[in-house]
Write a protein that binds this ligand. Structure first.
Ligand code: 5GP
Length: 201
């Protein structure tokens, strides 16, 4: 069985990755989403086991100590990590797995699994990002400023990623993601022995 692709997706906050991923999952049945563990409090509407595995710092540290996290990082005062087991099982089954993680986690995965594919989703401009944040209307001025500042810090990390996807028109961004997966699957190194099979037929 051919191993699945490990797809790392990072984006600055409010980069719109949620909407893109939702549509991507609707269109590609071979994808699975890794559910992260976190020590932060659930936001209204978030479900344990679906959005995150919410846990105490002690529980989190125990998982890390037991080698049960593929990567982990601290982000704005909370711990976040990727549980190892489901990711390894899905990949072994030939399913492609998405890790929606921050740039620190992305760097760890790239070292651990150099054959992963990393995508950085960026807004088309800071102006558009600011407008989206304001139009959402859920954030006050101070929060909007903080998120914009965070985005300015995160964006330069795009240089460590394999691909950049601009979140301008949703359909284009989703199409780009599908195209990335498709061409990655056609890479020679991901198809060892294929030519030999052809010769044997
Ligand atoms: P939020 O608290 O807004 O859900 O997520 C904050 C940040 O943590 C986002 O950049 C998100 O991508 C990142 N994040 C979520 N899960 C993980 C994880 O398992 N590992 C790492 N390194 N970052 C994560």
């Amino acid at each position: 069985m051919k191993k699945g692709i490990l797809l790392v997706v990072s984006a600055p906050s409010a980069g719109g990755k949620g909407t893109i991923l939702k549509e991507l999952f609707r269109q590609d049945g071979n994808l699975r989403m890794s559910v992260s563990a976190t020590t932060r409090q659930p936001r209204p509407g978030e479900e344990n086991g679906k959005d995150y595995y919410f846990m105490s710092r002690e529980e989190f540290q125990e998982l890390v100590a037991g080698g049960r996290m593929l990567e982990h990082a601290e982000y704005v005062g909370n711990c976040y990590g990727t549980p190892r087991e489901p990711v390894e099982e899905w990949l072994a089954q030939g399913l492609d797995v998405v890790l929606e993680i921050d740039v620190q986690g992305g760097a760890q995965i790239k070292r651990l699994a150099p054959d992963c594919v990393s995508v950085f989703i960026t807004p088309p401009s800071m102006e558009v990002l600011e407008k989206r944040l304001r139009d959402r209307g859920t954030e006050d001025d101070e929060t909007v400023r903080k998120r914009l500042a965070a985005a300015r810090e995160e964006l330069p990390h795009a240089e460590d990623y394999d691909y950049i996807v601009v979140n301008d028109r949703l359909e284009d961004a989703v199409e780009d993601m599908l195209a990335i997966l498709r061409s990655e699957k056609r890479k020679y190194v991901r198809n060892p022995g294929f030519v030999q099979q052809v010769l044997n037929r």
